[in-house]
Design a protein around this ligand. Structure first.
Ligand SMILES: Nc1ncnc2c1ncn2[C@@H]1O[C@H](COP(=O)(O)OP(=O)(O)O)[C@@H](O)[C@H]1O
Ligand SMILES: [Mg+2]
Length: 246
């Protein structure tokens, strides 16, 4: 890749709905606060609502607002599908073949214009985007290390360890895990203890823990206090290995 390209990372999750978009937006807001020009990408989004001929990509819109960028939506989110299913299925139902080259050239364009790129993945690592390629192949194609978002809820130890071990087995670099609490209820015993137990079972660092924050909605485009959530990632930043001086 050319020297002028941004440093970046690929935010994957243990599942859909765990908080990838919120964590990506929180990172983007934190970089902005540190004076760094950050670009965002959500290469494929499914379950897009339609407005006229347009497809509303709520994740991409949320990320663009958090990063305060005005890049073309076709670059930030080149593939926007209607049905709320995995990309391969959604694309097939619309008679479209997802071309990784198109995603790679959009990434190349954006990363030549920004210092840091935050790319939100699709579902988890093995979410299919074509019959033969999964989300993690996209991270590999873009040469991006991974950040894993996990929820704190019961079951997360299994999901998070599976994700991290599979990533390592496939030769990917995992920079760290962010534990997010996406539900309003007070943390249960499992939710309180899971991050600490994870850290005893894995050498992958925890980059931060995000509490539930009322008034924020990715689907409704309400940023709420997502910028404040960025502060919870401050201490883990050094694990990302990025140059933080503007
Ligand atoms: N820390 C949080 N506080 C409040 N709401 C959250 C938090 N994290 C996620 N959410 C909400 O939970 C839902 C799923 O989060 P999202 O980031 O879209 O997950 P993913 O990108 O992994 O599918 C969204 O409605 C989002 O607004
Ligand atoms: Mg998302």
């Amino acid at each position: 890749m050319p020297d002028a390209m941004a440093q970046g990372f690929f935010i994957t999750g243990t599942d859909t709905g765990v908080g990838k978009t919120v964590v990506s937006a929180a990172f983007a807001a934190l970089f902005k606060k540190r004076g760094l020009d950050v670009g965002v990408m959500k290469p494929i989004q499914t379950g897009c609502a339609s407005r006229g001929n347009d497809r509303i990509a709520s994740d991409a819109r949320f990320l663009m607002r958090a990063a305060e960028v005005d890049d073309a939506l076709d670059r930030v989110c080149p593939y926007r599908f209607k049905d709320p299913v995995a990309p391969w299925v959604a694309a097939e139902r619309e008679g479209v073949a997802i071309e990784l080259d198109r995603i790679a050239s959009a990434y190349e364009f954006l990363s030549s214009r920004h210092r840091i790129m935050v790319v939100e993945g699709i579902g988890g690592l093995l979410t299919p985007i074509t019959p033969t390629l999964a989300a993690m192949d996209l991270a590999r194609l873009l040469k991006l290390p991974l950040v894993v978002v996990a929820s704190t809820r019961l079951g997360t130890l299994n999901h998070t360890l599976l994700t991290v071990r599979w990533a390592h087995q496939a030769g990917a670099r995992v920079l760290g895990v962010v534990f997010n609490h996406p539900i309003r209820s007070a943390p249960s015993l499992a939710e309180k203890t899971n991050p600490e137990v994870f850290s005893r079972l894995s050498s992958v660092p925890i980059l931060g823990m995000l509490p539930f924050t009322a008034g924020m909605s990715v689907e409704r485009g309400r940023l709420g206090r997502v910028r404040g959530l960025g502060d919870h990632l401050n201490e883990g930043l050094h694990h990302l290995g990025i140059e933080l001086n503007p």
